[in-house]
Write a protein that binds this ligand. Structure first.
Ligand code: DGJ
Length: 342
């Protein structure tokens, strides 16, 4: 996207040095101005529930994803289920124009075991693709690596309920896969990561066939779970967790468990990740405005909920939505929006 200042400059250039100052040309210039203004507006507006395109004009494949900010760029990681891809990465300065960077994890990614005993196969026993869902990435200062945690299933049934780990020296390079495991032997499905201000990171995932939601504090290198700090909402079947910290309080959004079909979103609040979490409160409407949480991002004082609008019949027709979240007196509300200006 053209930087705002440059666009303004271009605009003044057109007005001041256009094709002369004859009266009948002024109308023309006004038209040009309007077109520019409209273009500016169009360029920063995302229409929810449509197929968002990258800067090459190709659909963005980044479902169940996550965005991090690193050295001037936002990096968006997400599921890419095409061909032999697993996770793709896009980069943007403005959250609107996304440049495709790389298929950061594929069936051909390099593998490397590490101190945690894992299975490092990126194909199943039949040679088919495994499922890698909801990839999340954090930068770890200690090991100076980007560390990805991703839900792993074997591609044949949905019974592994494990988590896969991968790392990379750069945000958008080829990630090295370090295999999958079940944290402390527990099932681990829909998941997210959350990094607190002091660098402590947490992995949150659905366990016991999705009945409970586990919160694990990670080791300081983010390469393993350190402590299971919570088993939340026993028997309430929460999926798709997403965490945000607002004014020293922690909010966790999640969905109910209905496959690809959207359902009533709920949230809870706590004074710390390891503190006591509230019971669940509804947010949005009975379908979370036709979406399921992917992650929550804060930008310029705004809290933006990113959700997937899955198409259960045709996965590749699934789209994205962004809804603003508002916090007031410890309560969160989600605003429905057809489109969002970023
Ligand atoms: C709901 C999960 O949240 C999605 O990530 C996906 O796994 C679907 N279930 C599959 O039914």
């Amino acid at each position: 996207m053209i930087p705002q200042s440059q666009k303004r400059y271009t605009h003044y250039f057109l007005i001041a040095f256009g094709e002369g100052f004859r009266y009948n040309e002024i109308a023309d210039k006004l038209k040009k101005k309007k077109t520019l203004d409209e273009r500016e507006k169009y360029m920063s507006i995302l229409k929810n529930g449509t197929l968002w395109k990258d800067t090459n004009g190709d659909p963005i494949h980044a479902h169940g994803g996550y965005i991090i900010f690193h050295e001037g760029y936002y990096y968006w990681y997400g599921e890419d289920r095409r061909e032999d891809f697993y996770v793709s990465c896009y980069r943007s300065e403005n959250l609107v124009d996304w440049e495709f960077r790389r298929h950061v994890l594929t069936t051909r990614s390099a593998t490397e075991g590490y101190r945690v005993r894992t299975n490092i196969q990126l194909r199943n026993v039949d040679g088919g693709k495994v499922n890698l869902e909801r990839p999340k990435v954090l930068y770890n200062k200690k090991i100076k690596k980007f560390v990805m945690w991703v839900h792993f299933e074997n591609g044949k049934d949905y019974l592994d309920a494990a988590v896969g780990i991968a790392t990379c020296d750069s945000p958008d390079g080829d990630f090295v896969y370090h295999g999958h495991f079940n944290p402390y032997g527990y099932m681990s499905r829909d998941c997210t990561l959350f990094q607190d201000d002091d660098g402590t990171a947490y992995f949150i995932s659905a366990s016991r066939d999705n009945a409970d939601l586990h919160v694990y504090r990670l080791t300081d290198d983010y390469m393993n779970v350190d402590t299971l700090v919570h088993r939340l909402w026993q028997g309430e079947y929460r999926e798709a967790p997403a965490v945000v910290k607002i004014k020293e309080k922690y909010y966790m959004l999640s969905s109910f468990c209905t496959g690809w079909a959207p359902n009533q979103g709920k949230y809870a609040v706590a004074d710390s990740m390891e503190g006591r979490w509230s019971t669940l409160t509804e947010i949005g409407d009975e379908t979370t405005y036709r979406s399921q949480p992917a992650f929550i991002l804060q930008k310029d004082g705004r809290v933006l909920y990113y959700g997937d609008r899955w198409d259960g019949e045709d996965y590749f027709n699934s789209s994205y939505v962004i809804y603003p979240l508002t916090e007031k007196d410890g309560k969160l509300t989600m605003e429905y929006a057809d489109e969002i200006e970023i």
